[in-house]
Design a protein around this ligand. Structure first.
Ligand code: GLN
Length: 237
Protein backbone atom coordinates (compact mmCIF):
# COMPACT_ATOMS: atom_id res chain seq x y z
CA UNK A 1 0.00 0.00 0.00
CA UNK A 2 1.31 3.47 -0.88
CA UNK A 3 2.32 5.61 2.08
CA UNK A 4 2.22 9.31 2.92
CA UNK A 5 3.69 10.76 6.11
CA UNK A 6 1.44 12.79 8.40
CA UNK A 7 3.06 14.96 11.06
CA UNK A 8 1.44 13.65 14.24
CA UNK A 9 2.53 16.01 17.00
CA UNK A 10 -0.80 17.71 17.56
CA UNK A 11 -4.01 18.65 15.73
CA UNK A 12 -6.06 16.88 13.08
CA UNK A 13 -3.61 14.16 11.98
CA UNK A 14 -6.11 11.31 12.64
CA UNK A 15 -8.57 12.94 10.23
CA UNK A 16 -5.92 13.22 7.49
CA UNK A 17 -5.01 9.57 7.98
CA UNK A 18 -8.70 8.59 7.71
CA UNK A 19 -9.08 10.59 4.47
CA UNK A 20 -5.98 8.92 3.00
CA UNK A 21 -7.30 5.49 4.04
CA UNK A 22 -10.50 6.19 2.07
CA UNK A 23 -8.28 6.64 -0.99
CA UNK A 24 -6.40 3.42 -0.32
CA UNK A 25 -3.27 5.13 1.02
CA UNK A 26 -1.57 4.45 4.34
CA UNK A 27 -0.96 7.62 6.39
CA UNK A 28 2.14 7.07 8.51
CA UNK A 29 2.43 9.06 11.75
CA UNK A 30 5.63 11.10 11.91
CA UNK A 31 6.94 12.24 15.30
CA UNK A 32 10.71 11.91 15.00
CA UNK A 33 13.23 13.22 12.44
CA UNK A 34 14.39 9.75 11.40
CA UNK A 35 10.81 8.71 10.54
CA UNK A 36 10.86 11.25 7.70
CA UNK A 37 13.37 9.01 5.94
CA UNK A 38 10.64 6.40 5.43
CA UNK A 39 8.26 8.65 3.47
CA UNK A 40 8.42 10.64 0.25
CA UNK A 41 5.57 13.05 0.91
CA UNK A 42 4.15 14.69 4.01
CA UNK A 43 0.99 16.33 5.31
CA UNK A 44 1.24 18.86 8.14
CA UNK A 45 -2.20 19.06 9.76
CA UNK A 46 -4.20 21.89 11.28
CA UNK A 47 -4.11 22.49 15.00
CA UNK A 48 -2.32 25.23 16.88
CA UNK A 49 0.90 26.31 15.27
CA UNK A 50 2.64 27.57 18.44
CA UNK A 51 1.98 24.30 20.27
CA UNK A 52 3.00 22.32 17.19
CA UNK A 53 6.21 24.36 16.85
CA UNK A 54 7.10 23.77 20.52
CA UNK A 55 6.65 20.02 20.08
CA UNK A 56 8.61 20.06 16.80
CA UNK A 57 11.42 21.90 18.55
CA UNK A 58 11.36 19.43 21.45
CA UNK A 59 11.71 16.51 19.00
CA UNK A 60 14.38 18.37 17.00
CA UNK A 61 12.22 18.12 13.88
CA UNK A 62 12.81 21.51 12.27
CA UNK A 63 16.11 20.74 10.47
CA UNK A 64 14.70 17.47 9.07
CA UNK A 65 11.44 19.13 8.01
CA UNK A 66 13.34 21.93 6.26
CA UNK A 67 15.54 19.44 4.47
CA UNK A 68 12.47 17.46 3.40
CA UNK A 69 10.91 20.57 1.84
CA UNK A 70 14.17 21.74 0.27
CA UNK A 71 14.72 18.35 -1.34
CA UNK A 72 11.54 19.02 -3.32
CA UNK A 73 9.47 16.31 -1.64
CA UNK A 74 5.72 17.02 -1.80
CA UNK A 75 4.38 18.66 1.36
CA UNK A 76 0.85 19.89 2.11
CA UNK A 77 0.01 22.05 5.11
CA UNK A 78 -3.56 22.65 6.26
CA UNK A 79 -4.26 25.69 8.46
CA UNK A 80 -1.56 25.54 11.18
CA UNK A 81 0.37 23.38 8.68
CA UNK A 82 0.15 26.21 6.14
CA UNK A 83 1.55 28.59 8.78
CA UNK A 84 4.46 26.17 9.31
CA UNK A 85 5.28 26.20 5.59
CA UNK A 86 5.17 29.97 5.07
CA UNK A 87 8.40 31.93 4.96
CA UNK A 88 6.87 34.63 7.16
CA UNK A 89 4.05 34.81 9.71
CA UNK A 90 2.36 38.01 10.84
CA UNK A 91 -0.35 38.72 13.37
CA UNK A 92 1.22 37.24 16.48
CA UNK A 93 0.51 38.88 19.81
CA UNK A 94 3.90 38.18 21.37
CA UNK A 95 7.19 37.26 19.74
CA UNK A 96 7.39 34.88 16.86
CA UNK A 97 7.58 31.19 16.37
CA UNK A 98 9.85 28.93 14.43
CA UNK A 99 8.66 28.08 10.92
CA UNK A 100 9.69 25.41 8.44
CA UNK A 101 9.31 27.82 5.52
CA UNK A 102 9.66 27.13 1.82
CA UNK A 103 6.47 28.82 0.67
CA UNK A 104 7.20 32.34 -0.57
CA UNK A 105 4.29 33.83 1.38
CA UNK A 106 3.40 35.88 4.39
CA UNK A 107 0.53 34.37 6.38
CA UNK A 108 -1.53 36.19 8.96
CA UNK A 109 -1.91 33.56 11.68
CA UNK A 110 -5.41 34.38 12.87
CA UNK A 111 -6.62 36.47 9.97
CA UNK A 112 -10.29 35.49 10.35
CA UNK A 113 -10.36 35.97 14.14
CA UNK A 114 -10.78 33.68 17.10
CA UNK A 115 -12.56 30.35 17.57
CA UNK A 116 -16.05 31.92 17.61
CA UNK A 117 -15.40 33.58 14.26
CA UNK A 118 -14.86 30.18 12.65
CA UNK A 119 -17.05 29.58 9.59
CA UNK A 120 -17.78 27.41 6.58
CA UNK A 121 -18.08 28.68 3.03
CA UNK A 122 -18.20 27.51 -0.59
CA UNK A 123 -14.90 28.19 -2.31
CA UNK A 124 -14.33 28.18 -6.02
CA UNK A 125 -11.36 25.93 -6.85
CA UNK A 126 -10.96 25.39 -10.62
CA UNK A 127 -8.16 22.84 -10.01
CA UNK A 128 -10.66 20.52 -8.30
CA UNK A 129 -13.14 20.40 -11.17
CA UNK A 130 -13.16 16.98 -12.81
CA UNK A 131 -12.92 16.33 -16.54
CA UNK A 132 -16.35 14.70 -16.26
CA UNK A 133 -17.83 18.06 -15.32
CA UNK A 134 -17.61 17.59 -11.54
CA UNK A 135 -17.98 20.81 -9.53
CA UNK A 136 -15.16 23.21 -8.82
CA UNK A 137 -16.73 24.33 -5.56
CA UNK A 138 -15.42 23.06 -2.27
CA UNK A 139 -16.86 23.57 1.21
CA UNK A 140 -14.04 25.16 3.20
CA UNK A 141 -14.05 24.84 6.99
CA UNK A 142 -12.17 27.77 8.51
CA UNK A 143 -11.26 27.40 12.20
CA UNK A 144 -9.27 30.28 13.75
CA UNK A 145 -8.00 30.34 10.23
CA UNK A 146 -4.97 32.04 8.75
CA UNK A 147 -4.89 33.74 5.35
CA UNK A 148 -2.08 34.52 2.96
CA UNK A 149 -1.68 38.27 2.78
CA UNK A 150 1.34 38.37 0.45
CA UNK A 151 2.56 35.84 -2.08
CA UNK A 152 5.63 35.77 -4.30
CA UNK A 153 5.55 35.45 -8.10
CA UNK A 154 6.09 31.66 -8.12
CA UNK A 155 3.07 31.00 -5.94
CA UNK A 156 0.02 29.68 -7.77
CA UNK A 157 -3.24 30.79 -6.18
CA UNK A 158 -5.67 27.85 -6.00
CA UNK A 159 -8.43 29.67 -4.10
CA UNK A 160 -9.15 33.07 -2.67
CA UNK A 161 -11.85 34.56 -0.49
CA UNK A 162 -13.46 38.04 -0.49
CA UNK A 163 -13.10 40.19 2.60
CA UNK A 164 -14.62 43.55 3.43
CA UNK A 165 -12.87 46.30 5.29
CA UNK A 166 -13.82 49.83 6.29
CA UNK A 167 -11.70 52.91 6.00
CA UNK A 168 -12.31 56.59 6.55
CA UNK A 169 -12.07 58.50 3.33
CA UNK A 170 -11.44 62.21 3.00
CA UNK A 171 -11.11 62.08 -0.78
CA UNK A 172 -14.28 64.04 -1.59
CA UNK A 173 -14.49 66.08 1.59
CA UNK A 174 -11.10 66.97 2.98
CA UNK A 175 -12.42 68.62 6.13
CA UNK A 176 -12.09 66.63 9.37
CA UNK A 177 -15.83 66.55 10.11
CA UNK A 178 -16.78 65.21 6.69
CA UNK A 179 -14.89 61.97 6.69
CA UNK A 180 -16.81 59.17 5.07
CA UNK A 181 -16.80 55.52 5.99
CA UNK A 182 -15.96 53.61 2.81
CA UNK A 183 -16.44 49.88 2.57
CA UNK A 184 -13.87 48.16 0.42
CA UNK A 185 -13.81 44.62 -0.87
CA UNK A 186 -10.57 42.81 -1.47
CA UNK A 187 -9.45 39.20 -1.61
CA UNK A 188 -7.17 37.12 0.53
CA UNK A 189 -5.54 33.93 -0.64
CA UNK A 190 -6.66 30.73 1.09
CA UNK A 191 -5.09 27.93 -1.00
CA UNK A 192 -1.79 27.89 -2.89
CA UNK A 193 0.75 25.75 -4.58
CA UNK A 194 4.42 26.47 -5.19
CA UNK A 195 6.15 23.54 -6.86
CA UNK A 196 6.25 20.71 -4.33
CA UNK A 197 4.46 22.70 -1.61
CA UNK A 198 0.70 23.09 -1.18
CA UNK A 199 -1.09 25.04 1.53
CA UNK A 200 -4.74 25.45 2.46
CA UNK A 201 -5.96 27.85 5.15
CA UNK A 202 -9.00 25.63 5.76
CA UNK A 203 -9.48 21.98 6.76
CA UNK A 204 -10.32 19.52 3.93
CA UNK A 205 -9.60 16.69 6.39
CA UNK A 206 -12.72 17.65 8.37
CA UNK A 207 -15.06 17.02 5.43
CA UNK A 208 -16.03 13.77 3.69
CA UNK A 209 -14.90 15.26 0.38
CA UNK A 210 -11.49 13.78 -0.46
CA UNK A 211 -10.73 15.83 -3.58
CA UNK A 212 -7.93 17.85 -1.95
CA UNK A 213 -6.32 14.63 -0.74
CA UNK A 214 -6.62 13.18 -4.25
CA UNK A 215 -5.11 16.35 -5.69
CA UNK A 216 -2.16 16.07 -3.28
CA UNK A 217 -1.67 12.38 -4.07
CA UNK A 218 -1.54 13.22 -7.76
CA UNK A 219 0.94 15.99 -7.09
CA UNK A 220 3.00 13.55 -5.00
CA UNK A 221 2.68 10.86 -7.65
CA UNK A 222 1.18 8.44 -5.16
CA UNK A 223 -1.46 6.10 -6.49
CA UNK A 224 -3.76 4.71 -3.88
CA UNK A 225 -6.09 1.80 -4.51
CA UNK A 226 -9.02 4.13 -5.05
CA UNK A 227 -7.17 7.32 -5.93
CA UNK A 228 -7.80 6.75 -9.65
CA UNK A 229 -11.44 7.81 -9.22
CA UNK A 230 -9.70 10.88 -7.83
CA UNK A 231 -11.46 14.14 -8.45
CA UNK A 232 -15.00 12.91 -8.04
CA UNK A 233 -16.42 14.55 -4.92
CA UNK A 234 -17.83 12.44 -2.11
CA UNK A 235 -21.04 13.43 -0.33
CA UNK A 236 -20.34 16.38 1.94
CA UNK A 237 -20.61 15.48 5.61
N1 GLN B 1 -4.55 30.14 13.67
C1 GLN B 1 -4.10 28.91 14.22
C2 GLN B 1 -2.64 28.98 14.62
O1 GLN B 1 -2.07 29.98 14.76
C3 GLN B 1 -4.30 27.74 13.27
C4 GLN B 1 -5.70 27.25 13.37
C5 GLN B 1 -5.96 25.87 12.83
O2 GLN B 1 -5.05 25.13 12.44
N2 GLN B 1 -7.21 25.52 12.84
O3 GLN B 1 -2.06 27.97 14.85
Amino acid sequence: MAVVGVLALQGSFHEHIAALRKLGVNGVEIRKPEQLLNVNSLIIPGGESTAMAKLAEYHNLFPALREFVQLGKPVWGTCAGLIFLANKAAGQKIGGQELVGGLDCTVHRNFFGSQIQSFETELSVPELASKEGGPETFRGIFIRAPAIIEAGPDVQVLADYPVRSNRLSTADSPTEDKKENVEEESKVIVAVRQGNIMGTAFHPELTADTRWHSYFLKMANVSGEEASSSLVPAEAS
